[in-house]
Design a protein around this ligand. Structure first.
Ligand SMILES: Nc1ncnc2c1ncn2[C@@H]1O[C@H](COP(=O)(O)OP(=O)(O)OP(=O)(O)O)[C@@H](O)[C@H]1O
Length: 281
């Protein structure tokens, strides 16, 4: 359990990020409070990953401020930056596990920040850490897979291992960058339900990018929409209609077929990964 709220966990003000001629984020201001579960929606290239990366100090702003858990992230260096990253778990679309290692070793690697020096093999980890790792595996329903090679698991199982690894940090914030983009609908639903359950139990603040509009509405407390790097929607998810959300994508779609077509393009499964034809910015 984490301390009671004393203000926003994530405070972003006037954040602009340019990569050469590309404005990836355009004057974004956002507050996320402790325990909130928010989804970032937007077309491919709208700046979602770049926003998450600023929160973890992986990108530095061109202008504006990013405060996370009270720290000015762009000013952090060395130990202070590692300290922040310890409190912020990050899970990714491609799980980022070490395939030939066991599931348990992958989970244990989440605690490497607590240990001095590299670790080779299971015997090199303290027993107490192994117990913690096994407890997290039990929590994600994979205790029976602890000694299996990570790359022999299904995609959904691998993402659950990645969640267990993130939990080894005992994080206060969880960032998830398209955590279910490579999963089938059933595994997606399981992984998202698991994140929600853990967030509620541990008081985690979650910011998650997704491409599935319906899943976002049913799963999140709050929907934040980015379009061309600018924040164009920030609203509670409850009661939100799909059509309202689709405005993020540049138009109000009218038919189910049209909505589905936009979802496919938004997920980068369409031909271009850019805005649908006929969309005006
Ligand atoms: N390191 C970089 N160098 C140059 N351009 C970058 C870099 N990172 C991101 N961009 C550009 O910034 C814009 C936003 O990219 P970002 O990855 O944040 O979008 P996204 O909404 O997460 O997209 P997707 O849904 O496809 O992951 C894009 O135009 C991208 O090409």
């Amino acid at each position: 359990m984490h301390p009671t709220p004393t203000g926003p966990v994530i405070e972003i003000d006037g954040l602009t990020k340019r990569f050469g001629d590309t404005t990836a984020l355009d004057d974004v201001s956002l507050r996320v409070h402790r325990g909130e579960v928010a989804v970032l929606l937007g077309l491919s290239g709208s700046g979602k990953s770049t926003l998450l990366r600023h929160i973890d100090g992986l990108e530095a702003p061109s202008s504006g401020t990013v405060r996370v858990l009270g720290a000015e992230v762009p000013r952090l260096r060395g130990r202070a930056l590692r300290g922040l990253r310890h409190r912020v778990g990050f899970i990714f679309q491609q799980f980022e596990l070490v395939g030939p290692l066991t599931v348990l070793e992958n989970v244990l690697s989440g605690a490497l920040g607590d240990l001095r020096g590299p670790r080779l093999g299971l015997f090199s980890y303290p027993r107490a850490l192994k117990h913690r790792a096994l407890a997290h595996l039990e929590r994600v329903g994979l205790l029976d897979r602890a000694y299996q090679r990570a790359d022999t698991l299904s995609g959904g199982q691998q993402q659950r291992v990645a969640i267990a690894r993130a939990l080894m940090q005992n994080p206060e914030v969880l960032l998830a960058d398209e955590p279910v983009a490579s999963l089938d609908p059933e595994s997606s639903a399981q992984v998202m339900a698991l994140i929600r359950e853990i967030a509620a139990a541990d008081g985690l603040t979650v910011l998650c990018t997704l491409h599935q509009v319906d899943l976002a509405i049913s799963w999140a407390d709050r929907i934040v929409g980015l379009r061309h790097g600018a924040l164009v929607l920030d609203t509670p998810a409850e009661g939100l209609s799909r059509a309202e959300v689709m405005e993020i994508y540049g138009r109000v779609a009218t038919s189910t077929a049209e909505l589905e077509a936009v979802d496919v393009e938004a997920a980068g499964l369409g031909a271009s990964g850019r805005e649908p034809a006929g969309v005006s910015a």
